[in-house]
Write a protein that binds this ligand. Structure first.
Ligand SMILES: N[C@@H](CCC(=O)N[C@@H](CS)C(=O)NCC(=O)O)C(=O)O
Length: 228
């Protein structure tokens, strides 16, 4: 039997890996890391992930970090789950990796600027970081919107882990006042992703972890954004 533990934080980008694991359907442990206690920077966790971030997937005792690498690994180890559509050659494979990198390296940093601009600027400059983040995100939301004008999912009529990744980005900025309603196809896509049973199961895991954090006073809440 495969032994799988996902080190995660509810609401964070570890949801992307959690959805993929739920799609695979094998049992796994969801192990919440408490940001508010600095658990992600503590030596025990840094032995698994020296970068002090989630997600970290430990599979048969081997840790693997970074959503792109984790999704690529899970896709080749568990092909029946079809986390990414089959490819004909290395170029097509690398294009899928490029798509996942677009989420991880282009969109995710902008998400953080929109959600927690205080990480990047003094309090009186946080609003301008937020505004610049929203401006930058608009270009990429339009790119996704245009793609979804042709197709149901990122890869045509086939759901993939890329849709789970895009959905986490959508949800994260929607909750931070980015105007997602300006992108009706991406909004419909979000509803469709959230209807998938695997996504529902991932959300239930997060809700349980979040409730536990809240009961202990350990839930992270970003500081409010200063008025425009
Ligand atoms: N490139 C990484 C990003 C990981 C990341 O930034 N995780 C955030 C949560 S969304 C985190 O652990 N933040 C805690 C911190 O940086 O202190 C990936 O895609 O896995």
């Amino acid at each position: 039997m495969t032994d799988i533990t996902l080190y995660a934080a509810p609401g964070s980008c570890s949801r992307v890996t959690c959805i993929a694991l739920e799609e695979i359907g094998l049992p796994f442990e969801y192990r919440p890391i408490v940001f508010m206690n600095g658990e992600h920077k503590a030596p025990d966790y840094k032995r698994l992930n020296p970068k002090g971030k989630v997600p970290c997937l430990v599979i048969d005792g081997e840790p693997l970090t970074e959503n792109v690498a984790i999704l690529g690994y899970l896709n080749s180890r568990f092909p029946d789950a079809v986390l990414l559509p089959p490819v004909a050659n290395e170029m097509e494979h690398m294009r899928q990796i490029a798509d996942l990198c677009f989420c991880a390296a282009t969109l995710h940093p902008i998400v953080t600027r929109i959600r927690i601009p205080q990480f990047f600027a003094a309090p009186d400059a946080a609003r301008s970081v937020f505004d610049a983040g929203c401006e930058a995100m608009r270009e990429y939301f339009q790119l996704v919107e245009d793609r979804l004008a042709r197709d149901l999912w990122w890869y045509g009529d086939t759901w993939s882990a890329m849709d789970g990744y895009l959905n986490w980005i959508f949800w994260r900025v929607e909750g931070a006042s980015f105007p997602t309603a300006d992108y009706p196809r991406f909004s419909d896509h979000a509803l469709r992703v959230e209807q998938r049973p695997a996504v529902q199961r991932a959300l239930v895991r997060e809700q349980a972890a979040q409730a536990e954090l809240e009961s202990k006073g350990w839930a992270f809440k970003p500081p409010p954004l200063p008025d425009a």
